[in-house]
Design a protein around this ligand. Structure first.
Ligand SMILES: C[S@@+](CC[C@H](N)C(=O)[O-])C[C@H]1O[C@@H](n2cnc3c(N)ncnc32)[C@H](O)[C@@H]1O
Length: 417
């Protein structure tokens, strides 16, 4: 490990490097959890979408001293190491083993997971050091120490049905760092890195992060807040779900609305395979089918009551073509729903933690994905409301309305004809 030639600046009363617990100036970011913390002094975004009027006031960025800024990068490095260790613990099954059996020693963890005991021991010690795991007696021989995963940590790291499940986030970063050479090349040439190239880790990360929301919240809170949509689906509607990925949005709609049928559409073959398997397991295959298509299924015209696109328009190389297909497939009195990132209305430096997260994803994932097929609109994760409105109008919709659904990460738009 390279030397760290400074001690991060600490607010009065907090302990320093020699005390081993470093001050964390930015609270941890749980991106899928409500109440995203803001950095002190960060600009607050309006939550009401399109009504924002342009603000031309210059926003000063707080410049830090070299020591302060070095401290910030040091903290960021610790975060990166934690997330990378989560990737190992998730993919190697360490967390699942610890959630099942409390008080595992390195040899027990290695045996339960088919891994090498020396690596298991190092990972356990790192996890205790960073306070993800507890240890029964630190003074014991390293091979004798027993480690446990506290219940709250187990929920975040292993409970696939929990809204707090965040282990899949580490898979997205794992997939992205694996593609760093390709990303460098894309930045130089204007090319991209496709969803397919990011591979299984990226697909599964996306699917698992949104799954509990689609299965547990969509039909209970999100759609009931949109009375017209809820009524139509309750009565029984035909839905086309674009960019469906592993199909959890389609499955969630079918499960919540038993008279409704859904066609999920995605350009990615392995995602469609996973979606078909998920629908069969969920017991909704009779009302949910999946099409492997480039957003524009042939032969269908104005036959759908509802068309949807969840967290995917900003990834698409040609969002206008896909929105045009949605417009074409929708009945004249149909309902078009786009759910995408709750960006601020305009670019303002020193934005909140969600803006920082969205830009980070845009650098590493969504912009390169969108640029992987040319010509590309080059949207990126930070698709602001005015940008979606321009796309929608180009696709033949009259306007875009923000719907009254509260969510810390997503904004719900109705595309009106
Ligand atoms: C970020 S994922 C979102 C998946 C899913 N909607 C969710 O919320 O978990 C974006 C999806 O859009 C799909 N996609 C991108 N371009 C597409 C296109 N032109 N037609 C259909 N699907 C597309 C990708 O294959 C990927 O599965």
């Amino acid at each position: 490990m390279p030397g760290v030639g400074f001690e991060p600046t600490r607010p009065e009363g907090q302990v320093g490097l020699s005390d081993r617990r470093l001050p964390i100036s930015t609270p941890g970011l749980p991106p899928r959890l409500p109440n995203l913390p803001n950095r002190p002094g960060a600009n607050h975004r309006r939550q009401d979408g399109l009504a924002f009027s342009a603000n031309t006031t210059e926003v000063p960025i707080t410049a830090q001293t070299a020591e302060e800024f070095g401290g910030r990068l040091f903290q960021a490095s610790l975060g990166l190491l934690d997330i990378t260790a989560v990737y190992l613990g998730d993919r190697l099954g360490y967390y699942r083993a610890l959630a099942e059996v409390g008080g595992l020693a390195a040899s027990g963890l290695a045996e339960a997971t088919g891994t090498h005991p020396r690596y298991a021991r190092e990972w356990l010690e790192q996890q205790a050091m960073t306070e993800f795991l507890t240890v029964d007696d630190a003074t014991k021989d390293p091979e004798e120490r027993r480690y446990s995963l506290p219940p709250g940590h187990a929920e975040v790291l292993t409970d696939r049905d929990s809204l707090s499940y965040l282990a899949p986030l580490a898979r997205a970063f794992g997939a992205a760092v694996t593609q760093l050479p390709a990303l460098l090349e894309a930045y130089r040439t204007g090319g991209g890195v496709s969803w397919d190239q990011f591979g299984t880790d990226m697909r599964e990360s996306q699917a698992d992060l949104n799954r509990p929301w689609f299965l547990n919240v969509l039909g209970k809170e999100w759609f009931p807040a949109i009375a017209e949509l809820d009524d139509r689906l309750r009565a029984g509607a035909r839905v086309a779900d674009f960019g469906t990925g592993f199909g959890w949005s389609a499955i969630g709609m079918a499960q919540s609305y038993p008279k409704t049928t859904v066609v999920g559409i995605d350009v990615d073959g392995p995602s469609i395979e996973a979606a078909n398997a998920a629908a069969a397991t969920a017991g909704v295959s009779e009302r949910v089918e999946f099409l492997h298509a480039d957003g524009v299924p042939v032969g269908e015209k104005a036959t759908f009551d509802v068309v949807t696109a969840f967290e995917c328009i900003h990834d698409m190389s040609d969002p206008v073509a896909v929105l045009t297909a949605m417009r074409r497939l929708m009945k004249e009195d149909g309902f078009a729903l786009v759910v995408d990132e709750r960006t601020a209305d305009q670019f303002t430096p020193n934005g909140d933690d969600l803006e920082r997260l969205l830009y980070g994803f845009s650098l590493l994932v969504c912009l390169p994905d969108g640029m992987s097929s040319q010509p590309s609109a080059g949207t990126g994760t930070v698709m602001r409301p005015h940008r979606l409105r321009a796309y929608a109008r180009a696709a033949g919709f009259r306007d875009v309305e923000v719907l009254p659904v509260e969510h810390f990460q997503f904004r719900f738009y109705r595309l009106v004809v």
